[in-house]
Write a protein of this length. Structure first.
Length: 140
């Protein structure tokens, strides 16, 4: 029983670690705009299927994390750095690709009066039985 408990604890810890890494990568997802006259006007950084990806009019590329706020773009042998303000909020992006350096500003989403929906999770476990199981009263 002790081995099962330890194994279960390790499994939970690894799941939480993966979830934390996903949340960390999701913070970079946004649209970044470049100054007028730049080689490209904007890029979208998206987090899909566990991978951070950059999409632009010049092509798409996955991003590989190399350090805090720094990524390698294998398709162009370039580097991407995310810029933070004093409050540690991401405010921009810096490209260094093939002797071209561009600085972009994060486009903030407009705040509307609507609230984003909370994701719904479905479970096969009958939640109505949980309180009784926790108190030792049994279930259906």
């Amino acid at each position: 029983m002790k081995k099962v408990t330890i194994l279960f604890s390790v499994f939970i810890a690894s799941c939480l670690s993966l979830r934390a890494e996903e949340l960390l990568l999701q913070q970079y997802a946004a649209k970044y705009k470049f100054p007028q006259g730049s080689a490209m006007s904007e890029v979208n950084v998206v987090f899909e299927n566990g991978v951070l990806q950059l999409n632009s009019s010049m092509g798409n590329s996955s991003l590989e994390k190399t350090a805090d706020d720094k990524f390698y773009m294998p398709s162009n042998s370039g580097t991407i750095s995310f810029i933070r303000n004093d409050a540690k909020k991401i405010t921009g992006i810096k490209f260094d690709v093939q002797n071209i350096s561009l600085d972009g500003i994060k486009e903030e989403k407009e705040i509307s009066g609507t609230v984003e929906p909370v994701p719904m999770y479905k479970s096969t476990f009958p939640i109505k039985n949980l309180p009784a199981m926790l108190t030792g009263q049994g279930g259906d």
